[in-house]
Design a protein around this ligand. Structure first.
Ligand code: HEC
Ligand code: HEC
Ligand code: HEC
Length: 437
């Protein structure tokens, strides 16, 4: 870690020096008197509400039990904990004194009103692609919220990550500011979907790989190739997904709007608030997103082939469910026997033949490269997205000991997936225990 830190410092310091002239082109923007809420057009405010929802602003800028948009949520990053700021229009502790120009600069360039660089835990590297019109609507919405006086908490970042000046180097190296540019060779729906995914939707902030500086891949093989978020494995959105049944526009729309699809299961963990917010968006927009995702997946299979694949996978998955007449016997191996016992007592009341949840073998998490999400779901349960509130799963962190969880995950993988056994299950269990919940 120490060597890594020194490396990061040296490279960033070099970049910072080179970028100095560039970085200092962001002077402070003078504060303004808070604009009267009545000065904003009502329709613009309404539009802004939808867009802010789509950008998940409230998800990060609200702490548990706190007032909406008043900030204070700690975001764990590999570099330390970064706290979100107060984006209510309070003049002293929020953005009440920010002009529209200052707000737009923050969203586009990742620089605050005073000209200080912001940490990319704030996904401005995606928001930068948002259109002027959409940013103005979000500004109108935020400036008409109730001002909340709440000082932002100090970040918990060790040296050298606490030096904001180094962010000038980061921004110089990795940030490409500027509005989304439509691709003239594609149709309007494709461009709408691309715009939503790559700007406010900031899907790649979780679904793309990041380099050792924490910068998400915007193009090339790392883009939408999967990543991690808040201790959860994030599946790829490109073709190489572990989902046993290939996605289609229809199943994607179900998953994105309802947060659940019968051939794939639920949007759990950090995907839950994304699906909850998508439920409020226009259906046409979600279809545009699904179409765009299908294009980065390389297109759909012919309908007949897709239907056969899905039917076979569903029928095979159902036969693996607990208690099914054709279910395989539990192998005569102490770990499998132990895992199966835990499954029977803790999980099989719901995850059984004819049970309510989608068959486990169909889920991405059971077929994922590591045990992380199965362990996170087992320990902390599932609070479902708004579209499927009847699909919750209770937390079991106190009922399941670490060695039992290792056996359970090992059993689940062997029973429900054709993929090779997971390695590092103990590490996944330790990491899940350490995750704050
Ligand atoms: C993934 C979490 C996340 C999301 C989603 C998010 N933000 Fe932030 N935002 C942050 C963090 C973290 C900071 C503080 C960065 C720092 O201190 O350098 C921040 C800072 C800001 C700032 C600068 C405020 C200041 O006082 O310096 C603005 C403005 C802002 N966000 C607006 C938004 C808007 C508008 C949205 C929705 C479109 C949004 N944010 C969504 C994490 C997020
Ligand atoms: C805060 C992080 C985060 C953001 C932002 C995010 N996702 Fe996800 N997404 C996840 C996680 C985590 C999962 C895995 C959920 C699970 O295991 O149940 C997931 C799963 C998915 C899946 C299922 C993939 C599969 O093969 O099983 C799709 C599709 C998806 N997300 C689409 C999107 C789209 C579209 C956006 C942007 C509008 C988006 N996500 C934004 C974290 C995120
Ligand atoms: C009270 C019922 C209930 C119990 C008990 C339960 N689950 Fe679930 N589980 C659900 C529901 C509901 C879902 C949502 C998926 C669905 O409905 O298709 C779910 C989803 C899951 C998922 C998929 C998560 C994802 O990200 O897609 C996994 C894995 C899982 N459960 C494992 C377990 C394990 C392991 C246990 C035992 C430790 C367990 N469950 C106990 C009801 C339950």
């Amino acid at each position: 870690m120490k060597k890594f830190a020194i490396f990061v410092v040296l490279v960033l310091a070099a970049a910072a020096a080179g970028a100095y002239a560039w970085a200092t082109r962001h002077p402070a923007i003078a504060p303004i008197a808070r604009p009267a809420p009545a000065s904003f057009d009502k329709n613009l405010v309404k539009q802004g509400e939808k867009l802010a929802g789509f950008g998940n602003c409230h998800v990060c800028h609200t702490k548990p039990g706190g007032k909406p948009f008043a900030g204070g949520l700690g975001l764990p990053t590999p570099f330390g904990t970064i706290y979100t700021t107060n984006i209510t229009p309070d003049v002293d502790t929020g953005i009440g004194g920010w002009s529209e120009q200052a707000f737009m600069r923050a969203m586009r360039d990742g620089v605050d009103r005073e000209g200080r660089h912001l940490y990319p835990a704030f996904p401005f590297d995606y928001y930068t692609k948002t259109s002027d019109a959409d940013l103005k609507a979000i500004y109108a919405y935020l400036m008409t919220r109730e001002p909340v006086s709440q000082k932002p908490s100090a970040n918990e970042l060790p040296f050298p990550f606490n030096i904001r000046l180094l962010l000038a180097g980061w921004t110089f190296l990795f940030h490409e500011p500027g509005e989304f540019k439509p691709d003239a060779s594609k149709d309007a729906e494709w461009n709408r979907g691309a715009y939503l995914v790559e700007s406010l939707g900031h899907c790649g902030a979780c679904h793309s790989t990041r380099n050792s500086f924490g910068a998400a891949a915007k193009s090339g093989p790392g883009a939408y190739a999967g990543g991690s978020a808040e201790g959860w494995y994030v599946p790829p959105l490109v073709a190489a997904t572990p989902a046993p049944i290939p996605w289609t526009v229809k199943t994607l729309v179900n998953y994105l709007i309802d947060g659940w699809d019968g051939q794939h299961g639920i949007a759990a963990g950090p995907m839950t608030p994304v699906a909850t917010d998508l439920a409020d968006q226009k259906e046409d927009d979600v279809f545009a997103i699904a179409n765009y995702l299908m294009s980065i997946k390389g297109g759909a299979k012919p309908a007949a082939e897709q239907d056969k694949l899905a039917a076979d996978a569903v029928s095979a998955a159902e036969k693996l469910e607990w208690g099914h007449a054709q279910a395989p016997a539990v192998p005569n191996d102490p770990v499998m026997q132990k895992g199966a016992r835990v499954f029977e007592t803790q999980c099989a009341t719901c995850h059984k033949a004819g049970g309510k949840p989608a068959p486990l073998a169909l889920t991405t998490v059971v077929n994922a490269p590591d045990a992380g999400n199965v362990v996170m779901a087992s320990f902390y349960g599932i609070q479902p997205p708004r579209g499927v509130l009847d699909r919750s799963m209770p937390p079991r962190a106190t009922q399941i000991a670490d060695d039992e969880m290792v056996a359970l995950a090992t059993f689940i993988r062997a029973r429900f997936s054709k993929k090779p056994a997971w390695t590092g299950v103990e590490a996944s269990v330790r990491a899940a225990r350490a995750a704050a919940h």
